[in-house]
Design a binder for this molecule. Structure first.
Ligand code: UDP
Length: 450
């Protein structure tokens, strides 16, 4: 019999979806599983591919797809999902079949939930496939509730219902639902993708009991496959930089010169856009608040400009040394810095968890996808922030910043955020829910003929 130590490490192929908010948690999962002894191959598209030299422990498999992305900038968006899935299938299948014949068997696939082609390929070559969900359990639950809401006649809904609570989906309002009113077809497509998780070998979710115990439990009941809540992956795994853009680490020196909890960090993530009016109102709101701020303006994120050309005249003089504008921040480090006291966010799930993990309260300005569900949880479940919604106006921006950074309410939210940070820390330590789930996942991977 072959001795245990002679056996090659179990190899997993991790299939990335080429957006920042999807790639980061999958790479972090790769680090977590590598630390458990697995060999990791990262399968990726040409666009937004990770830099192999940042991750020397991984092997890389480019799935040279021929997708012509619908956005002129070449950034994938939801309209490209089908085409990416079609184009990546053959290269992954060829790779796995070749591995099989050369006796360097791949033992399982973990794929991003939007890379569903990988499940078909895994079935074809008869290896287990696990799906990674990079968003909240509550968001998936909201999706799964949509067919019931259609059947009960609640959808499509009138504008007059936007602020009403959705039956049996507390605390979500109709306006928080992930329904594209313009294009029901897209909504149906996503529901179909979610339904298919039932036939995966298991589900991995970048969330945890202390934030989403009930939604996680209900999803487990619904899907009836093993479900592992192992988040926050940003804390569970110590990964090298996963950013597509270069992180401007010089901002840490600037933060070092600010007083504790005084700085507002402002970032809308990797996809959200602003128009000139929003950009101007944001700028004057920040200027008038008299609060120090670190503002990420992603190149190309303000329509009609490359970067900050549309800043209003007089803004930089007004702000002086009190504010710093960056193209891309080392966000995890920024949120962990003692000078940062608040985060004005678009409520992407990675950003939200990174903020919660560091005890930073939030002003939430959600735009699309899962962000409205997450914003509602920030304000009404975890109570660590409030919403700044609708058409941005400098007076409201200024008021919101003061409310979070200098008001008693902001202090109370900060206190609750710090309590959550402690709970999150406990969940990743020995005996905590995420710690145990990661061990259970490892066991599952090893015992399912992997
Ligand atoms: N991020 C960063 N620097 C920035 C802005 C964002 O490193 O200046 C990272 C952030 O830490 C997070 C990711 O980009 O991990 C954004 O993912 P999220 O799910 O929050 O939002 P998305 O970009 O998908 O809308």
């Amino acid at each position: 019999m072959k001795k245990q130590e002679d056996r090659k490490p179990h190899r997993l192929v991790l299939v990335l979806f080429p957006l920042q908010g999807h790639t980061t948690p999958m790479l972090q999962l790769g680090y977590a599983l590598h630390s458990k002894g697995f060999a990791i191959t990262i399968a990726h598209t040409r666009v937004n591919s990770p830099n192999p030299s940042n991750h020397p422990h991984f092997d890389f498999l480019p799935l040279s797809d021929d997708t012509h992305y619908s956005d002129k900038s070449g950034t994938p968006n939801i309209y490209d999902i089908e085409s990416i899935n079609l184009n990546c299938k053959a290269p992954l299948q060829e790779f796995l079949e070749l591995q099989k014949t050369s006796h360097s068997q791949v033992d399982g696939i973990i794929h991003d939930s939007l890379m569903y082609f990988a499940a078909t390929v895994a079935n074809h070559v008869q290896i287990p496939n696990l799906v990674l969900r990079t968003s909240t359990a509550a968001f998936l639950q909201a999706y799964l509730a949509l067919p019931r809401l259609f059947a009960e006649g609640y959808i499509p809904f009138q504008d007059s219902m936007l602020h009403e609570l959705v039956p049996r989906l507390n605390p979500l309002r109709f306006k928080d639902l992930p329904v594209s009113r313009e294009n029901m077809e897209d909504t149906m497509k996503f529901i179909e993708i979610a339904r298919n998780f039932k036939s995966s070998s298991a589900m991995i979710m970048n969330t945890m009991d202390c934030l989403e115990q009930l939604p996680l439990f209900q999803l487990q009941q619904h899907f009836q496959v093993p479900l592992f809540g192992i988040g926050p992956l940003s804390k569970v795994a110590s990964a090298s930089s996963t950013s597509f853009l270069e992180e401007e680490s010089s901002c840490i020196a600037w933060l070092n010169n600010q007083t504790a909890k005084s700085v507002l960090y402002v970032s809308k993530g990797s996809l959200a856009m602003s128009d000139e009016k929003e950009f101007t109102e944001t700028a004057w709101g920040l200027a008038n608040s008299e609060q120090p701020f670190l503002w990420v303006v992603r190149p190309g994120s303000v329509s009609g400009s490359d970067w900050t050309e549309l800043l209003p005249r007089g803004f930089l003089e007004h702000v002086g040394e009190r504010g710093l504008i960056l193209k891309w921040a080392p966000q995890k480090e920024v949120l962990a810095h003692s000078a940062v006291g608040g985060f004005w966010t678009h409520c992407g799930w990675n950003s939200t968890m990174e903020s919660l993990s560091e005890g930073v309260p939030m002003i939430s300005s959600p735009q699309f996808f899962d962000q409205k569900v997450i914003a509602r949880y920030i304000t009404h479940v975890w109570k660590v922030g409030f919403e700044l919604d609708g058409v941005l106006e400098r007076g409201d921006v200024d008021k919101s910043i003061r409310r979070l950074m200098t008001g008693r309410e902001g202090d109370e939210m900060r206190q609750r955020a710090i309590e959550l940070k402690h709970m999150i820390n406990v969940s990743i330590l020995e005996g905590g829910s995420s710690y145990n789930s990661l061990n259970d996942l490892t066991e599952f991977l090893l015992t399912n003929k992997i």
